[in-house]
Design a protein around this ligand. Structure first.
Ligand code: IMP
Length: 454
């Protein structure tokens, strides 16, 4: 069977840790979208592994697959593999031949576009990893795929077609002087070598066939979503989104298995007990703004709840894994989670970071929104309308800080009663069972209520 792990909010819900807990039962962990814009932190025996491309299951000796829906920066891929090897691990990573390759010019163009937009509301605040420009080329049918790196003639031909266009875009449209990143010969040499290394290590696969064969052999597959539903290109808050489909449907198109396979398994929504956002876009339950990211920050500043936001940010270590940027912080947003539950068809939930909220007198939740005189229970389809939404808060009594390690060992009933009330409200509202509760960053600090592979 399969278990699909999906971020229910804006990314950074702690998916890596949950994949790590349940990944034990999986034989294969496959990513289906995104690239090295993701940040997975896996803590094992006190050692922290920060990965952005290699599936977190690789830390646990699973076969890691980067599906056709991913965009691959070979430099990051090999850096991460080498770093894991240096720490004594032997990651087995397979890359779909249909996956698209991030080239240096994609990263440069990502930076240029963000710079051009920097003084306006349309700035996304991307991770600068070239994700958007690479997916643009994929959709524009001018992308370079992993399979192309294995055939030097094809690689050269494709570079000769696309690089002059990219150079013209940078120089003639944006007026930027470009360098080696746009040099066909240099790119050819470098990417041909990546192809050779992929081939020598037998790392490329036809992902759909590879996974289907594994499943036929009775193996368990976990799909590891990156980012989150509200930054999905279709179901998120466009244009403040990433350029792929983190939602569960992406697990089918992004691996080559059918929607029936994905839907026939479990789909677990990972929920952070509060909300964070990196980059721009509305956030109705935002507590304290971050300069450069929160819309309207220049006029209104960080807001009256800045202290509380700072407290949660520090307690939760809410700084970007990839970029180190401070994350915007808000209360849990139920309209967002209702939208996410519908779009993904969650069969279970894992709620993380309830320990971070401990010690507060009161914990709030945005239960619904007021929009133009109407109460709304899910998010509107346009970003403009979403930014007009005023949350109606529900208040919960806070819970004390306890020995969370002991709670994880003892089980769900050891979670402080007020925190359980909070969790049960979320579960009831979304009509979805809670499978796990994260009470700390370590793998052991997870209360497992139900194992989706069992
Ligand atoms: P991109 O994916 O680099 O194009 O960035 C697009 C938007 O998605 C920006 O707002 C990023 O901050 C956000 N984003 C991308 N990856 C992640 C992630 O792993 N966690 C949270 N936000 C992300």
């Amino acid at each position: 069977m399969t278990v699909t792990i999906v971020g229910s909010q804006l990314g950074d819900e702690g998916k890596g840790g949950i994949v790590d807990v349940w990944g034990d039962a999986a034989d294969v962990v496959a990513r289906y979208q995104g690239g090295d814009n993701a940040g997975h932190t896996v803590v094992e025996d006190g050692t922290e592994y920060k990965l952005s491309l290699v599936p977190s299951g690789a830390v646990r000796g699973k076969v890691g697959v980067l599906g056709n829906g991913c965009v691959i920066n070979p430099e990051t891929l090999f850096e991460e593999i080498d770093a894991l090897r240096e720490r004594g691990l032997d990651p087995d990573v397979r890359v779909a031949r249909r996956a698209h390759v991030i080239l240096p010019y994609h990263r440069v163009l990502d930076g240029i576009e963000e710079e051009v937009k920097s003084d306006s509301d349309v700035k996304v605040g991307t991770t600068g990893r070239g994700i958007g420009p690479t997916y643009e080329d994929k959709m524009g049918r001018r992308g370079i795929r992993v399979g192309d790196l294995l055939d030097p003639d094809v690689l050269r031909e494709k570079l000769e077609y696309v690089v002059p266009q990219k150079r013209a875009l940078a120089e003639d449209v944006f007026g930027v002087e470009v360098g080696e990143e746009f040099d066909i010969a240099a790119l050819y040499d470098q990417y041909k070598r990546y192809g050779e290394r992929l081939e020598e290590n037998d790392m490329t696969v036809a992902a759909g066939e590879f996974l289907a064969d594994r499943m036929d052999d009775g193996e368990e597959v976990m799909f590891e979503g990156a980012q989150g539903t509200i930054i999905d290109i279709d179901h998120g808050n466009y244009p403040y989104v990433t350029s792929s489909n983190p939602t569960a449907g992406g697990a089918a198109t992004g691996t080559g298995l059918s929607p029936g396979v994905v839907g026939g398994g479990e789909i677990v929504g990972i929920v952070k007990a509060y909300l964070t956002r990196v980059g721009s876009g509305p956030l109705p339950t935002e507590l304290g703004g971050v300069e450069g990211d929160t819309p309207g920050y220049d006029e209104q500043g960080a807001g009256e709840n800045e202290e509380l936001a700072t407290y949660i940010r520090e307690e939760g270590g809410e700084y970007g894994t990839v970029t180190g940027r401070p994350r915007r912080v808000g209360w849990l947003d139920m309209p967002m989670l209702r939208h996410s539950t519908r779009a993904n068809g969650f069969t279970g939930l894992a709620v993380n970071h309830i320990d971070v909220l401990s010690g507060l007198d009161e914990v709030k939740v945005g239960h619904s929104y007021d929009l133009r005189g109407e109460e709304r229970f899910t998010i509107p389809a346009t970003t403009e309308m979403w930014s007009e939404c005023e949350p109606n808060f529900k208040s919960f009594e806070g819970w004390e800080s306890v020995d969370w390690g002991e709670v994880a060992e003892t089980g769900y009933d050891a979670i402080p009663a007020n925190a359980r009330t909070y969790l049960e409200y979320v579960s009831d509202e979304l009509d979805t069972d809670i499978y796990a509760v994260g009470v700390g960053p370590g793998r052991e600090e997870t209360v497992v209520v139900e194992d989706p592979f069992a």
